[in-house]
Design a protein around this ligand. Structure first.
Ligand SMILES: [Zn+2]
Length: 442
């Protein structure tokens, strides 16, 4: 929860669908689910084949719960049908293509009709409105423009809101800071790790972030913890909002935190949420942690049914204090696929981050290095400490090192070597931070 104590902003008309009465929302979802499943069945070979294998017809969907009878879609389906195999619209109706950067093999390609772009703009506009932004705000969009969905997704939403957009894209940190200061920027979109880098660089240039008009940050594209939020909010005047999205579903704008920063509201009129047990694939009840599964309810060019996101979260069963009826999911701290195994223990980078940031004197820059020698796995956690700590006596450094080691062991139950490094030692990323370097030979 934020420590900023601002009054909630005035209601924005774009947010009206966030407050639909529940029976109306569920009716709308069912109607849209039936239409999208019919569309996918009629137009996408892979989906029709899977439905036939399941002995299902689109007409079998009698209630929203029936969604659990539909086949899943996984990332490899998008790769295997590269580039256009999952499209449900003819090319002449497709007005935009995006693609993932994909570290290995072929990228995944996603398509939008003009209606799809309009939906995307509207959910991004509702995202900004939930953060209290409106016409008159000056939004610096430091998400990458190009094939990545982040840049253009945020761009169109911000324009639809009536805000002034600065399409600066990622990189060139000093220019980012100059623009932020000279243009009177009030909100920024980027990865949280990059914003922390901006705060540091501004400090070095003698610019005090807290004195700038910048008051909101829309941060996403990588998992981040409450510790990082605290750091950002303590070192700038920014209220830090977590935004969620993925290209396979639409891009940014699937969900966002409201002023209460207590979970991410999912735009349920366009995205159907399920939580499943990642091992058994069985649906889990509200409040239980599992893998997030999403179905697009209104995307024409590329309907995606029951997409396995690998993101681990839970539905928050209670209604939010903001009054929105659309449900929330808990912040995503980990993905089932960024887990690594060391000495037989499953570890997520976010667990290490939480342990590190709970200890005074550390900075949110760290890297986990995994090595193997003589058949034994070893984990070293390199973490930057503040300049004050580093110039201190050696004995206090040793004390801090020990404290961190204990904090990590308490969370993951295995010992890690902690190495304290000077500020700016860990490489900075202009996009997603790379937390784990696995140097073990497979
Ligand atoms: Zn809320």
């Amino acid at each position: 929860m934020s420590t900023n104590n601002q009054p909630p902003p005035a209601f924005h008309p774009a947010s009206a669908p966030d407050y639909l009465p529940l029976p109306q929302l569920r009716d709308l979802q069912l109607q849209r689910l039936r239409a999208i499943v019919t569309r996918a069945y009629e137009r996408v070979d892979l989906f029709r084949k899977r439905m036939d294998e399941h002995g299902m017809r689109p007409g079998d969907l009698k209630s929203l719960d029936d969604v659990t009878r539909l086949p899943f879609t996984v990332k490899t389906d998008l790769r295997d049908t590269y580039p256009f195999g999952l499209f449900a619209s003819p090319m002449r109706e497709v007005v935009r293509l995006h693609a993932s950067s994909g570290t290995t093999g072929k990228p995944i390609v996603v398509a939008y009709t003009q209606d799809d772009i309009n939906v995307w703009s509207s959910v991004m506009m509702r995202s900004f409105a939930a953060c209290g932004l409106h016409a008159g705000d000056i939004i610096q969009n430091a998400y990458g423009y190009g094939l990545f969905t982040g840049g253009l997704g945020a761009h169109y939403g911000a324009e639809a809101l009536g805000a002034t957009v600065i399409p600066i894209s990622g990189g060139n940190t000093e220019r980012q800071i100059m623009v932020m200061k000279d243009f009177g920027v009030t909100a920024i979109c980027c990865t949280p790790s990059y914003f922390i880098h901006l705060i540091e660089r501004a400090g070095e240039l003698g610019i005090e972030m807290k004195k700038l008009p910048l008051r909101a940050g829309v941060f996403g594209a990588e998992p981040w913890t409450e510790g990082m939020r605290k750091h950002i909010e303590a070192n700038s005047a920014v209220k830090a909002f977590d935004i969620y999205g993925l290209s396979e579903i639409i891009g940014p704008g699937v969900g966002i935190e409201c002023q209460y920063q207590a979970g991410l509201h999912i735009f349920e009129d366009h995205f159907l949420v399920e939580i499943v047990d990642p091992e058994t694939d069985k649906p889990l009840p509200g409040g239980t942690e599992g893998e997030l599964v999403l179905t697009t309810l209104s995307k024409n060019a590329m309907p995606i049914i029951r997409y396995r996101t690998h993101d681990i979260t839970a539905i928050v069963p209670e209604q939010c204090a903001c009054g929105r009826t659309i449900r929330r999911i808990r912040r995503i701290g980990r993905r089932s696929d960024d887990m690594f195994i060391i000495r037989g223990v499953n570890v997520f980078p976010s667990q290490i981050e939480t342990a590190l940031l709970a200890v005074e004197g550390t900075l949110p820059h760290y890297q986990i290095v995994l090595t193997r020698s003589k058949g034994l796995d070893n984990m070293e956690v390199q973490v930057e400490v503040t300049a004050e700590v580093f110039t201190d006596k050696i004995s206090s450094l040793e004390g801090l090192q020990k404290k961190l080691s204990v904090a990590i062991e308490r969370v993951i139950n295995i010992r890690a070597d902690v190495r304290l490094v000077e500020p700016h030692t860990i490489p900075r990323s202009e996009g997603k931070a790379k937390r784990v370097s696995d140097q073990r030979k497979m």
